[in-house]
Design a protein around this ligand. Structure first.
Ligand code: SF4
Length: 300
């Protein structure tokens, strides 16, 4: 993948926001690897064009899987929907099988909304809701926008778990439909961010600045990877960035790296760079949490 040629920009204050283009692969209609999900090569040109139209209008989405979880991915019991497609390549990714949009299952908006509707009682009883994760939710912006809108019309709490890299794709109306962002800040030093994700840090900072200016609530997630993200300087840089958003950051979650994704990388024939790496020790985790706490942030 190429690096973005047009960094997203934003006005930095609440108000009208005009999404700017970010140079990442988008679904194409031609070719066997059309990137539009589920055996696209078996479709006639007309069927492919129709599928592409539905993707563009957000009535069809490529979904990896669902999970019903409690006490993670947001408050209460959550239905977490993992979208397919991600422009980042985090070395520690647990879900490399969500990298490609074409590897997901195509599902209609109405089916998804029906499924969410069936869980409304549970969401109400547990003060939970829907979390859209991935992959990268903003990779399929039209579909996710429609799911969020439907959730709000049903009175369902919404979370979006994102790296923020494609934040410029979300307009203000979409952001209004998100009750809580789980924003992953993967590193604070641009060079380290690039090494860890193969992408640039700047769009994430721009997105966080925008959320903070608008008053969107955020939970920060930082994955602590020994030898990659755990240096004092890198954590200081992350903490400084996050401290800028203190008015909206409700908590910081420091997530110790673990090797759970390794089998998936190997099964997909991908080069897993963290073979043999062990989770961070207790002292390092404690030190990192203290670095965030020293900025007056609530840390888990
Ligand atoms: S942003 Fe998430 S889904 Fe994408 S590569 Fe990184 S960890 Fe994996």
């Amino acid at each position: 993948m190429s690096a973005p040629t047009a960094a997203p920009s934003h006005d930095g204050i609440a108000g009208v926001y005009k999404p700017q283009p970010v140079d990442v692969p988008t679904p194409r209609v031609r070719g066997a690897a059309a990137g539009i999900g589920g055996a696209a090569e078996d479709l006639t040109p007309l069927e492919r064009a129709e599928r592409f139209r539905q993707i563009r209008e957000g009535t069809l989405g490529s979904i990896h899987s669902w999970e019903l979880v409690t006490a993670v991915d947001g408050p209460g019991t959550r239905m977490t929907m993992f979208m397919s497609g991600c422009p980042l390549r985090c070395v520690y990714c647990h879900n490399p099988d969500t990298f490609q949009m074409k590897d997901g299952t195509m599902q209609s908006l109405s089916d998804i909304v029906d499924r969410i509707r069936r869980y409304r009682k549970i969401f109400r009883a547990t003060k939970g809701g829907v979390t859209i994760s991935g992959g990268e939710p903003l990779f399929q912006t039209p579909f996710v926008r429609n799911v969020l809108r439907a959730c709000k019309e049903m009175g369902v709490h919404t979370c979006v778990d994102t790296s923020g890299f494609l934040g410029a794709r979300a307009d203000d109306a979409m952001l209004d439909d998100v009750d809580l962002f789980l924003l992953d800040v993967k590193s604070g030093i641009p060079e380290i961010y690039k090494k860890v994700t193969e992408r640039d840090l700047e769009p994430t900072i721009a997105f966080g600045d925008r959320l903070a200016a608008r008053g969107n609530k955020i939970w920060i997630r930082f994955v602590l990877v020994p030898g990659w993200t755990d240096s004092v300087e890198n954590v200081e840089a992350v903490a400084d960035i996050v401290a800028r958003w203190k008015n909206v950051v409700e908590r910081v979650e420091v997530l110790p790296f673990h090797n759970m994704g390794q089998d998936k990388w190997e099964n997909l024939g991908l080069d897993y760079k963290l073979v043999g790496l062990t989770p961070p020790d207790t002292d390092t985790v404690k030190r990192v949490r203290e670095q965030f706490r020293s900025r007056g942030l609530t840390v888990f």
